[in-house]
Design a binder for this molecule. Structure first.
Ligand code: GLU
Length: 305
């Protein structure tokens, strides 16, 4: 497969779309990001990397971080995690509160904000410095030692994070947060504010394509079974309440974020990351989804073979 040609074609298809949709502005600091940008990077499990466009530009990973916090929490908690968070697509926006009351404080899945807050809570229980543990994990698996938080983004979100704060307190009222609400929120805002490039994110996600093992160095993050399950949750819940449509168009496990990044996995083969800041109504990058749809069409990579 000539992946460089594939990525160049993705860039060609995506570029005219990079002004469609809108940059996330409910976190004021994210509204400052310029539209008109697109990057893509692909890492094979043997480490070979291809890229096109702004693949080395760092952006706010936002909810893409939830793929990595879930991996850490699943490794630490095992299947006990599923007593506190579900595995069903929510069908509601990522920051919705409505289901929580009906579900007695058990979030539908680990990728809606409510579920991610529970996941972050487990990390707050395990680590003295949970934000740093998450950052160190990302530095280790991406091989980029200077990956960091963007404190302006974290503070901007904290200053406008009333919905997440409401959610965390609500979950706490059901007894499903073990640690301090403010500490959970602070850790959550911090890990969402981490900035990485497409190349760094594709590399970091390679263990999800490689049966749970980081190819460079051979460290096992998750068991092969847990990795298959993680991929299943990515497929069904990873792209907000457009996950069904994304599965239809792209057919790959993926996690998106409101910074415009999307990481997708071809199990056993590769990880690919696209980035373009303008989003559709669900919160997925317009150009990013279109580029991944084109990737799937060109390569026939899909879990639905
Ligand atoms: N930090 C963002 C929030 O909690 C993440 C949203 C996202 O990327 O889905 O609203």
């Amino acid at each position: 497969m000539d992946y460089q040609r594939v990525l160049d074609e993705m860039l060609h298809v995506a570029t005219p779309l990079t002004h469609q949709g809108a940059v996330a502005d409910y976190i004021p600091e994210l509204a400052r990001v310029a539209s008109g940008q697109f990057g893509v990077a692909l890492c094979l499990v043997d480490g070979t990397t291809f890229s096109a466009g702004a693949a080395d530009t760092r952006f706010s990973i936002q909810s893409v971080s939830k793929l990595f916090t879930l991996s850490l929490a699943y490794r630490l908690e095992g299947d006990a995690l599923w007593r506190r968070v579900g595995r069903e697509p929510s069908g509601t926006p990522f920051n919705s509160l409505v289901q929580l009351e009906i579900d007695h404080g058990i979030p539908r899945n680990p990728f809606v904000n409510a579920g991610a807050l529970v996941v972050t809570d487990t990390l707050c229980s395990h680590y003295a410095h949970p934000s740093l543990a998450i950052l160190d994990f990302l530095r280790e698996i991406s091989g980029a030692g200077d990956v960091n938080f963007n404190s302006a983004v974290a503070e901007s979100e904290a200053g406008h994070g009333h919905r997440n704060a409401a959610m965390a307190h609500f979950i706490k009222s059901f007894g499903n947060l073990a640690t301090d609400v403010d500490a959970v929120l602070q850790t959550y805002f911090q890990h969402c504010s981490i900035e990485m490039s497409c190349v760094e994110l594709a590399r970091a996600a390679l263990f999800v394509a490689n049966h749970g093992v980081v190819p460079h160095g051979g460290k096992a993050i998750l068991t092969p079974l847990a990795t298959r399950r993680l991929n299943a949750i990515l497929l069904t819940c990873g792209t907000y309440n457009a996950a069904g449509d994304f599965a239809f168009k792209v057919g790959l496990p993926a996690k998106s974020g409101v910074g415009g990044g999307i990481v997708a996995i071809v199990p056993g083969q590769l990880a690919i990351c696209v980035w373009s800041p303008t989003l559709d109504e669900y919160g997925n990058s317009v150009a990013g989804v279109a580029a991944l749809e084109h990737f799937s069409a060109l390569t026939a990579h899909s879990v639905f073979q």
